[in-house]
Each structure stands twice: as C-alpha cells, then as structure tokens.
Design a protein around this ligand. Structure first.
Ligand code: ADP
Length: 248
C-alpha cells in the first residue's frame, strides 16, 4: 500500500529524514513512535506531499507520488489524513465538513453525500451532531468528525499525525476507540502517536524513530517486552515509569 525507499529530507542543512525505507501493507496498522523531534511528523507528512522530499521514492498503491504530472489534489483527496489540530472548517456544519470533498472533488450528488455523512457520523457515535457547528463540539467530538471526514473520501489508507495529543485526557479514549474500531474493520492505518496502550493493543507493527531514522521495527509484543535499540529501551522506560517529581 505504502512503500518508502531511501527517503531523505532536509530542512535547509538539517537532515530530518535519513534513508527511511519501509512499507505498510494492506489492512496493516503501523504505529510510528519515538522521541520528540525524531522526524515522525515529517515522515507522515511526506506521504501526502505536505512535505517535499529531496531523495528517494514514495509509492502508494504502486504509484510514485512524485511522478511528474501527478495531481497533488487528487493524491490528497485519495488519502485520509487526521491532524493533531482537527482542522475542521469552522464556518461549516459537521455534515457539511464531511460532504465537502465527496461533492466537490468526488463528484458525488448532495443527497448521496448527506447519506454517507450520516452513516459515518453514526459510526463515530455522533449521529445527533450532524447539524452542529464545530465550535460547539468538544475536542474529542471534533476529532471524531475529522475521522468521519477522512473516511468520506473512501481512502485506501488513513494517516494519523498525533490525533490525540491536543485533547484533554478524558477525551483521548473516545478517539482511540473509534480508531481501534477502524483497525478492526480492516482499514490500513499509519499512526504517529505517544499512546503506547493503543500501540500495544492495536498495532501490527511499530517503527521507532530517532534522529530521522527508523532505528527499530518490531511487533508490539516484542517491542514492549524486549526492545533492542538502547534509545528505544530508554524511551520505553521513560514513558512507562511513573513520573518522578523533583524535590528541589
Ligand atoms: P517529531 O514529529 O518526531 O516530533 P518532526 O518531524 O516534527 O519530529 O521534526 C523533526 C525535526 O525537524 C525537528 O528537529 C524539527 O525541529 C525539524 N523541523 C520540523 N519542521 C521543520 C520546518 N518546517 N523547518 C525546519 N525544521 C523543521
């Protein structure tokens, strides 16, 4: 589904992605984790060309996304992307947020798109909010609308960039449970997250990044019980150990 081959990216002189090679297969849930600044967000953003790369290739469904003449809007419309900051259109109702792309880009009729939106809202537990405006929803509800909007594009894969990081803690669970449901439905997903419980329960594979490289890739049972790379060992012990409070 997604194939990365020797992907390199620089921000000016800064080497943000260094020879990243790997693939995500159909129906797989990949979790990308690692310390802050390790390149996770940069990596996931290259996959729908929100960030250009300087070397290497990225293929989706076998097609090079940097191929000359590739329609970038069609590419983005064909991949679901869920951002940390929901990014709903504030002036559109929940239903309109979901129907916009299917109608404008997908050429779907208004009636059909409304029906699809209502079905997707039911799926994310928000059937009763179709006519609400985003500002009147909680963060968790907004993120579930954003997931429904991504699904409305009927994408073969959905990319999630820290989907719960901007949420109050009590809302994290509702978003993760929708994501877990998607995974159980067989959706192909690439998820940048610090939610290690989700990674352990839902991921098929984990990539651990450090300094722009994937330094460890493993199944969750292996990753959480016996990580090999020292940086992964430290990351897990920092994240899984209760926070100690400094006494001075
Ligand atoms: P992560 O998602 O793992 O926290 P990022 O992909 O956001 O990491 O960032 C990787 C590195 O690239 C960081 O050192 C960050 O400061 C740098 N970086 C990210 N975006 C930009 C940008 N637009 N311009 C310059 N440097 C950037």
């Amino acid at each position: 589904m997604i194939e990365l081959d020797g992907v390199n990216k620089w921000y000016g002189n800064y080497h943000a992605l260094s020879d990243v090679t790997g693939s995500v297969t159909n129906g797989e849930v990949l979790v990308v984790c690692g310390p802050s600044g390790s390149g996770k967000s940069t990596l996931i953003r290259t996959i729908n060309r929100l960030e250009p790369i300087q070397r290497g290739t990225i293929r989706i469904g076998g097609e090079d996304i940097y191929k000359q003449g590739k329609d970038i809007n069609a590419l983005r419309a064909g991949i679901g992307f869920v951002f940390q900051q929901f990014n709903l259109f504030p002036h559109l109702s929940v239903r309109q947020n979901i129907t916009l792309s299917p109608v404008k880009v997908g050429g779907m009729s208004r009636a059909q798109a409304d029906e699809l939106a209502d079905a997707l809202l039911a799926k994310v537990g928000l059937a009763h909010k179709a006519d609400a405006m985003p500002a009147n929803l909680s963060g968790g509800q907004q993120q579930r609308v954003a997931i429904a909007r991504a699904l409305a594009q009927r994408p073969p894969v959905i990319l999630f960039d820290e989907p719960t990081s901007a949420l109050d803690p009590e809302m994290v669970g509702e978003v993760l449970s929708v994501m877990k449901q998607l995974a159980q439905d067989g959706m192909t997903m690439m998820v940048v997250t610090h939610e290690m419980g989700f990674a352990r329960d839902v991921a098929d594979c984990i990539w651990f990044m450090d300094e722009g490289k994937i330094v460890e890739r493993a199944r969750p049972d292996k990753f959480f019980t016996s990580p090999e790379h020292p940086r992964a060992q430290k990351f897990l012990s920092d994240i899984l150990r209760p926070h100690s409070v400094s006494s001075h």
